[in-house]
Design a protein around this ligand. Structure first.
Ligand code: HEM
Ligand SMILES: *[C@@H]1O[C@H](CO)[C@@H](O)[C@H](O)[C@H]1NC(C)=O
Ligand SMILES: *[C@@H]1O[C@H](CO)[C@@H](O)[C@H](O)[C@H]1NC(C)=O
Ligand SMILES: *[C@@H]1O[C@H](CO)[C@@H](O)[C@H](O)[C@H]1NC(C)=O
Ligand SMILES: *[C@@H]1O[C@H](CO)[C@@H](O)[C@H](O)[C@H]1NC(C)=O
Length: 415
């Protein structure tokens, strides 16, 4: 995967299982519209740093999980991050040349130089950083990195990815051949509706990536400042209802399931061992970049790893996250699909989703569904350029985490 030689083309056409369903519009699935103007997240307004400085990797003195070069680290956490005296990874607020985006976990990594501080990262840097800092399991780190870079928002050849807006001139190996690479701000590619603290793309003219302090306050009030499974399960449901009512272009397809996974990161990856791993207000606010002012209102500041922060002890793996997705969705089942002409249309993706209901009956089945979902665009990605051999397709499916998923009992997707 790291030496891919394939040329990416529009991926959206791969999702025929969605686009051919009645009532589902192309606008739900089309790559982010970028008329070249100053739309938020577009190339014109994207910060530009001519001097890209990669993140400083771990070394013998400051070793963290020993994760380097995109390979698995030790997976043994419970240590302080950043390490005392590790000056390369101290907090520095981003400048107006630095890109930040919809993921608080990655924004915090960039603000601490575990990702390149300009917000343009690449495969190995990303997979290393989430292992070394948050003790994310290698299987999950690889899955998220491959999905975000290769399937959704980045470049196959350079493996580069913008953690926010469209930085194609810096991520793409050939902008003419690849077309625009939207970065993590790209809508309905990875970023999706009904986020915890980010606006929907459609209701806010494309501004889907900044911390919205009103939503943060809503999340804090709803959970009582304890952002645990119970609190976030209810709040996630509230956000789903809110978006479905307010957003005529609301789309909560397979990516909707990722939203539950992201919510679990709040109580699984962010809590501080020095505070008994309780996902409390002060700690969580620091990661989200929310600061309470003396009058009680909230303002936005750069995301920061809290002082004296100790990461989780055991890795957070793929099966762990799909288990949380399964449980959180199951506690408050909602329709999977989208609004079209004032009506909610449920999707079918048998046997996992039927009539807009998630019908997967185990966490493993949820994992297999996600594996199928991310694999669907692959044949169409190649077909218009080359006719892939079975061996090539198998190699890609394996890189996406084939072993991790087949270990969970998932069949290799039919291509
Ligand atoms: C390779 C690693 C990762 C990638 C590619 C990634 C990507 C993303 C993207 C695209 C979103 C936006 C989803 C949306 O709201 O529509 C997101 C949200 C989120 N991510 Fe990450 N992420 C990664 C790792 C992490 C880590 C390590 C953490 C926590 C420590 C984290 C915490 C979150 C949270 C809490 C949200 C939800 C924000 C909100 O809805 O307001 N992520 N991530
Ligand atoms: C940090 O550096 C100071 C001064 O050089 C030293 O006294 C201290 O032992 C170091 N701490 C750690 C944890 O390495
Ligand atoms: C923040 O979210 C609220 C609730 O969805 C919305 O009304 C408001 O317009 C958003 N604010 C900004 C600045 O986007
Ligand atoms: C950091 O956490 C440890 C363990 O709970 C505690 O003993 C120490 O006082 C804390 N240090 C600071 C500066 O808060
Ligand atoms: C899901 O299943 C229920 C019956 O359990 C049905 O009423 C509903 O229409 C289905 N679809 C959606 C999108 O909720």
């Amino acid at each position: 995967m790291r030496t891919a030689v394939f040329i990416p083309v529009g991926l959206v056409s791969g999702y025929t299982f969605i686009s051919t369903q009645p009532g589902i519009r192309n606008s739900h699935l089309l790559a982010r519209q970028q008329p070249g103007g100053n739309l938020p997240g577009g190339a014109a307004s994207c910060p530009f740093n001519p001097n890209h400085v990669p993140a400083v990797p771990v070394n013998a003195e400051f070793n963290y999980n020993g994760a380097i070069s995109g390979l698995p680290g030790r997976g043994t956490g419970g240590y302080q991050v950043p390490a005392p005296n590790d000056t390369a990874h101290q907090f520095i607020a981003p400048t107006d040349q630095d890109i930040r985006g919809p993921c608080p976990g990655l924004n915090a990594l960039a603000n601490h130089g575990f990702l390149a501080r300009d917000g343009v990262t690449e495969y190995a840097e990303l997979v290393d950083a989430v292992q070394n800092v948050y003790n994310m399991g290698y299987d999950l780190a690889n899955f998220l990195a491959v999905f975000s870079i290769y399937i959704a928002d980045g470049d196959w050849v350079t493996t580069k990815l913008s953690i926010g807006c469209d930085a194609t001139t810096r991520t793409s190996y050939s902008p003419v051949l690849t077309g625009s690479q939207p970065g993590l701000d790209g809508h309905n590619k990875f970023e999706a509706d009904a986020s915890l603290t980010r606006n929907d793309y459609f209701t806010h003219e494309g501004e889907n990536f900044l911390l919205n302090t009103t939503l943060w306050a809503q999340m804090t009030e709803s959970t009582g400042g304890l952002y645990d499974f119970a609190g976030l399960t209810n709040y996630r449901y509230d956000r789903y209802i809110q978006s479905r009512e307010e957003n005529s272009e609301f789309f909560f397809g397979p990516l909707g399931l990722f939203q539950y996974g992201a919510a679990s990161f709040v109580y699984e990856l962010m809590p501080n061992g020095n505070e008994g791993y309780v996902p409390n207000l002060e700690n969580t606010a620091s990661f989200f970049g929310a600061q309470q002012d003396s009058d009680g209102t909230w303002s936005s500041v750069p995301e920061r790893i809290p002082g004296n922060w100790t990461n989780r002890v055991v890795p957070y793996t793929l099966i762990d996250v799909v288990t949380q997705i399964f449980l959180m969705y199951g506690a408050h089942p909602v329709g999977i699909g989208g609004n079209a002409d004032g009506e909610f249309i449920g999707l079918d993706f048998s046997p996992y989703i039927q009539g807009g209901n998630l019908t997967a009956v185990t966490p493993e089945a949820v994992a297999c569904f996600l594996y199928q979902f991310v694999s669907v665009p692959i044949p169409s990605t190649f077909n218009s350029i080359i006719t892939p051999t079975v061996e090539v397709l198998q190699a890609v499916l394996v890189a996406i985490g084939g072993e991790a998923f087949t270990n969970l009992g998932c069949p290799l997707p039919v291509t």
